[in-house]
Design a protein around this ligand. Structure first.
Ligand code: UDX
Length: 427
């Protein structure tokens, strides 16, 4: 084991990179973080976070004040003194569902000649199986090792998840290299899984794909409950007590979204195809997710009276889930787009969204969004929607109709107040 503090470089200040940077500096390491976005780096250098994440700004401020955390736009500055270099770069969905690793490869090539001898390059972004070898080739150095250390943090609880992980997964061909990476996390007391790089990369995809499949299962079950008249809320409760099933990720909703599930499920199916395995189970989970978008749309049109042409529809919540300001692959945006295609005027409210959004009226509060609406859709489970004055809502809407795509609201109270209410899988 090395003696602390370690010098760490983080390349990429997105959700994963930034959370890793502030947490690793908080854990006593000296961290330099680089990102090619000048605006983002200038903001970070003043202690302000470009993303909404509980606890992040506190750790950011503390790190900067202690002198252990700094930001720049130059990757070579970041790696200059580093014992460990974490690649936290985007791997967007590329052609035919494959993850596009070109940014990872470019950076590995760029930093390769400038790394200190004995340094370890660690892939933290979700990268396809085999990427560690690709990075090793791109780095082009025998005296620099490459390891895989996938990150499992969720947006909205990124800091909490990083500092209290369920497990630490490290993939390396050399056990000594794996233990040097592992030593960073020893103080967190999490179970450690040490394996080869390809297996570590697979664990990340498998975990996301499993969770996405679990949510799709629940959404499919909710559709069945509606068809047969069972109550999904009780079904979920009844299932969740079984520790083999577990109560988490059993909430039906408008379908999964975000920056990981859609991209990683597509990539794993593709990975199977490329290797000659048809991952039909996962294809099914993806198809159910697409159907779920359609099901929420259908409910919305039905509660609007059969057509939304030239009608105003309100959407409460735009982010792909509560607790984040991330709109990537958000089911709410998908719904807004489909409603507009059907001729609706869509007004939206989200506590984290202001300013212009293409073709949508962004309202300053939920009441303003709902004014004159023929139907109002709860698309994101922001807690504040539960505490609205629904008598007031009832007076300002054109029709008392709510599609609660998160089963968030008190349906009995709403029905008593004269609202037509539709949840997901609930009577
Ligand atoms: C996910 C993984 O959880 C995390 O481990 C990985 O590192 C990144 O991808 P995140 O994208 O932040 O994290 O979202 P998560 O909280 O997992 O939710 C994913 C989607 O599933 C959201 O759209 C959410 O609304 C939906 N979901 C989740 C449900 O519809 N029901 C549930 O019960 C749980």
């Amino acid at each position: 084991m090395e003696s602390e503090p370690r010098q760490i470089a983080i390349i990429g200040a997105g959700y994963v990179g930034l959370s890793a940077a502030v947490c690793l500096s908080y854990m006593g390491n000296i961290v330099r973080c680089s990102d090619l976005n000048h605006e983002r780096v200038s903001l970070l250098a003043t202690g302000k976070s470009p993303i909404y994440e509980t606890g992040l700004e506190e750790l950011l401020g503390a790190g900067i004040d202690s002198g252990n955390l700094s930001f720049g736009t130059d990757n070579l500055w970041a790696v200059e003194l580093a014992d460990l270099v974490f690649l936290c770069l985007p791997t967007p969905q590329g052609p035919e569902g494959r993850a596009d690793v070109s940014r990872v490869e470019e950076v590995a090539r760029e930093i390769g000649p400038h790394l200190r001898s004995g340094c370890i390059v660690v892939n933290k972004s979700t990268v396809p199986v085999g990427s560690a070898r690709m990075v090793q080739r791109a780095v082009g150095r025998r005296d620099v090792a490459v390891a895989s250390n996938p990150e499992f943090l969720r947006e909205g609880s990124a800091i909490q998840d990083f500092l209290h992980p369920d497990r630490i997964v490290i993939g390396a061909d050399d056990e000594h290299v794996a233990m040097r990476v592992a030593s960073l996390y020893m103080q967190l007391g999490a179970p450690l899984v040490v394996t080869d790089p390809a297996t570590a990369e697979t664990i990340k995809y498998a975990s996301n794909a499993f969770l996405a499949t679990k949510v799709s299962f629940v959404n499919a079950l909710a559709a069945l409950c509606e068809a047969i008249g069972a109550d999904m809320a009780s079904v979920v409760r009844g299932m969740g007590f079984d520790p083999r099933i577990g109560g988490a990720y059993l909430q039906p909703g408008p379908g999964w979204g975000g920056s990981c599930f859609p991209k990683d499920t597509a990539a794993l199916v593709r990975l199977g195809d490329d290797a000659g395995y048809d991952f039909s189970l996962l294809r099914g989970a993806i198809a159910v997710n697409e159907q779920q978008h359609g099901r929420v749309l259908e409910k919305t049109v039905r509660l609007a009276g059969g057509s939304v042409l030239d009608a105003r529809v309100a959407i409460w919540g735009l982010t792909f889930k509560a607790g984040t300001d991330d709109l990537r692959y958000s089911p709410a945006l998908e719904l807004a787009g489909r409603l507009r295609e059907l001729g609706a005027k869509v007004a939206v409210y989200d506590p984290t969204v202001s300013g212009e959004l293409d073709g949508l009226e962004v309202a300053p509060d939920p009441y303003a969004a709902a004014t004159g609406a023929v139907v109002t859709v709860v698309a994101t489970e922001w807690d504040e929607f539960r505490w609205l004055d629904f008598n007031k809502v009832g007076e300002i809407v054109a029709r008392r109709a709510i599609v609660d795509a998160r089963n968030l609201l008190d349906r009995d109270a709403l029905r008593r107040a004269g609202f037509a209410y539709e949840g997901i899988g609930v009577r």
